[in-house]
Design a protein around this ligand. Structure first.
Ligand code: 9D3
Length: 242
C-alpha cells in the first residue's frame, strides 16, 4: 500500500525514530515494504510569492481558510506520481467517526491520499470537487488534522499481513470484524473490552494476583477472563454490548 499525506507540516510524518511512524509496528511495516508513506507539503503548490496556502474567510470571522488552488494542484501532482488510483480522505471534525470497520475497509485499498490541515477550514468548493471520504477521530478538538491522519495510518498499517509480530494478532482485537464467518457467541465476545492482566511478582505493594490465574486450570481461567471482560464492558462501555 502507498499512503500519501498532504499537509503543511510534512516533517510530522517522518518514518525514522523517534517519530511516531518511525517506531514499533508502523516502522516494521515500512521496513518490510508493506507500506510506503509519502508526505507532501501543500505549500510547494502555491502560486503566490509568499507561498500562502490560506486566506481570510468571506463573510468574516476568526481563523483562516485553506484556498482551493494549492490543494487541488497538490492532489493532481501527487496522484500523477503513480498510476494506482487513490482513495481520498479528508481528516475533519465534520467527518464520519473512525471505526475499526472503516479501518479494515481502508486496509484493503492499494493507495490512500490523506488530506490534513492546520486551519479553521477548507474552501468548500475544493472539498466538493475532490469528493473525499470525510473522517473524524472523535468528538474533541485537535489543533489540526495531522495527528488524526497518523492515528488512521497507525490503525491501518498494523492490519497489513506481516506487520504484527508473533505476539500480536489483529484478528483477536476488540472492535475487529474479520471476513471469516464466526458464531454469534464469537461476534459478541470480540466486541468486549479486554480482561485485566498480571505478571511477576506474585505480590506487589501488598496486592496479590487473582488465585485462579495461578491454578493451572485453563478452563477456569478462560471462564474467569470472559466474566471479567463482560463485567468490565457492562461497567465501562455498555454501548458495546448487544
Ligand atoms: C475551534 C475551531 N473549530 C470551530 C468550531 C473548528 C475546527 C477546525 C479545525 C476545529 C478543529 C480543527 C482541527 N481539527 C482537525 O482538523 C481534525 C479533527 C479534530 O479536531 N478532532 C477529531 N478528529 C479530527 S480529524 C481532523
Amino acid at each position: 500500500m502507498r499512503i500519501d499525506v498532504l499537509t503543511t507540516f510534512p516533517e510530522m510524518f517522518a518514518t525514522e525514530p523517534p517519530a511516531a511512524l518511525g517506531v514499533s509496528i508502523p516502522a516494521r511495516a515500512v521496513k518490510a515494504g508493506l507500506v510506503s508513506i509519502h508526505a507532501t507539503d501543500v505549500r510547494d503548490y502555491t502560486e503566490n510569492k509568499h507561498r500562502k496556502t490560506d486566506d481570510r474567510p468571506f463573510g468574516g470571522g476568526p481563523g483562516m481558510v485553506m484556498m482551493c488552488q494549492p490543494l487541488w494542484d497538490a492532489v493532481a501532482a501527487v496522484e500523477k506520481a503513480e498510476a494506482t488510483p487513490t482513495t481520498r480522505i479528508l481528516l475533519t471534525p465534520q467527518g464520519a467517526p473512525l471505526t475499526q470497520v472503516i479501518v479494515e475497509k481502508l486496509a484493503a485499498k492499494p493507495r490512500l491520499l490523506l488530506i490534513a490541515g492546520h486551519y479553521e477550514g477548507i474552501d468548500e468548493r475544493v472539498i466538493e470537487a475532490l469528493a473525499p471520504m470525510e473522517i473524524s477521530i472523535g468528538d474533541y478538538v485537535l489543533s489540526g488534522g495531522e495527528l488524526a491522519a497518523m492515528v488512521l495510518i497507525d490503525a491501518v498499517v498494523r492490519l497489513m499481513p506481516g506487520a504484527l509480530g508473533d505476539e500480536e494478532s489483529a484478528g483477536q482485537d476488540s472492535f475487529s470484524a474479520a471476513a471469516v464467518p464466526i458464531s454469534k457467541k464469537e461476534s459478541v465476545e470480540r466486541r468486549l473490552l479486554d480482561c485485566p492482566h498480571f505478571t511477576k511478582p506474585r505480590e506487589w505493594m501488598g496486592q496479590t494476583v487473582p488465585e485462579v490465574l495461578l491454578s493451572g486450570d485453563h478452563g477456569k481461567i478462560a471462564a474467569w477472563r470472559l466474566e471479567q471482560r463482560l463485567s468490565r464492558t457492562k461497567a465501562r462501555r455498555p454501548d458495546l454490548l448487544p
